[in-house]
Design a protein around this ligand. Structure first.
Ligand code: PLP
Length: 409
């Protein structure tokens, strides 16, 4: 059977792995071997020359890693994929492979905090310039492109404020100028959005989030053309970052992926209800969720996302201290960074994920001091909403809160 004719739900479970080639084992074996023996020097020589597909050393890949990579490429609709030890391992392995001193990168204003830190404090040190612009207005992209621009980089929706970038529009412009366009697809996963089919060249993920889905691993993904991925594997990953995933995490990620579609449907359903609840609340100033009718980019969301996702951002009425008090008052929803887990997780970007930003940078990058980011989990929706409700009542109305919602009460 050709995979393309199968539905996403089927491909998350079957793509890239055939039990009949593995003694019938339903679940792929975990390869923990660091190295692979050759029959002869000649066979080893051919493997190094790329003239056979014998495995060499696990920094370059293992059989179970390759199965996972085939599955991810299938889901992203790319020629090839690479899994890495973390999302940052994926982003840095890809970008180190594509730029050199003197090059320029154009990035959107809103970025995951460590990506921003890598750009500002890492790449700049090596003579690569990163220019930030509002990529939600792609009509202004051309005027930022120079002869030195090598790469345009964005997230969509962006972390933490849920701004969307029109991927097809930016992809068109980058293709006209012969530069690469890289999209961090962590918030959507390939179940909700396929940047490659919209024209992007390279997709990166933190697989720590929805792809793994259970908060029990750190991993990353790069997807793109076979040519780009070979270079990123053999140079960026092998020689620059060494951010190699362990065999055990390959197995956990493979297991997480099997339920991706089921989990994402429920994340989206729960997040929609939470967003609607918050949108009605007198204590909430602003809710950013692509599934709300009032969302400023609702049209674009419908155009490029199959569903609005499980992440939302909102701003409380009041000040930074009240935003913190609200989070502290939550009983069921945990205060933690990361996202895409079965547990609902909330965090305060200005204090946590984006704390490497100066006050000026926070303003320039559209992160308000009262902004909260919520990853809506898979708990029962009534319990999630009851927890938010009691915390809001407690902060704004002097309510006593409801300790019964705590599983530790
Ligand atoms: C978490 C995250 C990353 C970094 O991934 P790690 O797996 O933590 O290294 C990159 N981009 C986004 C959007 C993220 O949420």
């Amino acid at each position: 059977m050709k995979n393309k004719h199968l539905h996403f739900a089927t491909r998350t479970i079957h793509a890239g792995y055939d039990p009949h080639q593995n003694h019938g084992a339903l679940t792929p074996p975990i390869h923990t071997s660091s190295t692979f023996a050759f029959n002869t020097v000649e066979q080893g020589g051919d493997a190094f020359a790329g003239e056979n597909d014998h495995y060499i050393y696990s920094r370059l890949g293992t059989p179970s890693q390759q199965q996972l990579e085939q599955r991810l490429a299938d889901l992203e609709g790319s020629e090839a994929a690479l899994v890495t030890a973390s999302g940052m391992g994926a982003i840095t392995s890809a970008i180190w492979s594509l730029v050199q001193a003197g090059d320029e990168i154009i990035a959107d204003k809103s970025l995951y905090g460590c990506t921003f830190s890598f750009f500002e404090h890492g790449l700049k040190k090596f003579g690569v310039t990163v220019n930030y612009m509002d990529l939600s207005k792609p009509q202004f992209l051309t005027e930022h492109i120079t002869k030195r621009t090598k790469l345009v980089y964005t997230e969509s929706p962006s972390n933490p404020n849920m701004r969307l970038v029109d991927i097809a529009a930016v992809a068109d412009i980058t293709r006209q100028h012969g530069i690469k366009f890289m999209v961090d697809n962590t918030f959507c996963t390939p179940y909700l959005q396929n940047p490659i089919s919209l024209g992007a060249h390279i997709v990166v993920h933190s697989a720590t989030k929805y792809l793994g889905g259970h908060g029990d691993l750190i991993a990353g993904v790069v997807a793109g053309s076979a040519e780009d991925l070979l270079h990123i594997r053999q140079f960026g990953l092998k020689d620059m970052t060494g951010a190699v995933i362990s065999g055990h995490d390959v197995a956990l990620l493979m297991r997480g992926l099997k339920t991706l579609h089921v989990r994402m449907d429920r994340h989206c359903e729960n997040a929609q209800k939470v967003a609607e609840y918050l949108n009605e609340s007198p204590y909430i100033k602003q809710v950013d969720y692509p599934g709300l009718n009032g969302f400023s980019q609702a049209e674009l969301a419908k155009k490029q996302m199959r569903q609005p996702g499980g992440m939302l951002a909102f701003e409380l009425q009041g000040d930074r201290a009240q935003a913190a008090a609200f989070v502290n008052q939550l009983q069921l929803i945990l205060c933690a960074v990361s996202l895409g887990d079965t547990e609902s997780l909330i965090q305060h970007p200005a204090s946590m994920t984006h704390s490497t930003y100066t006050e000026e940078e926070l303003i320039a990058h559209l992160i308000s001091p009262t902004l909260l980011r919520l990853s809506v989990g898979l708990e029962h929706i009534d319990d999630i909403i009851a927890d938010i409700d009691q915390a809001l009542e407690s902060v704004f109305n002097g309510g006593s809160g409801n300790k019964e919602l705590s599983v530790f009460a």
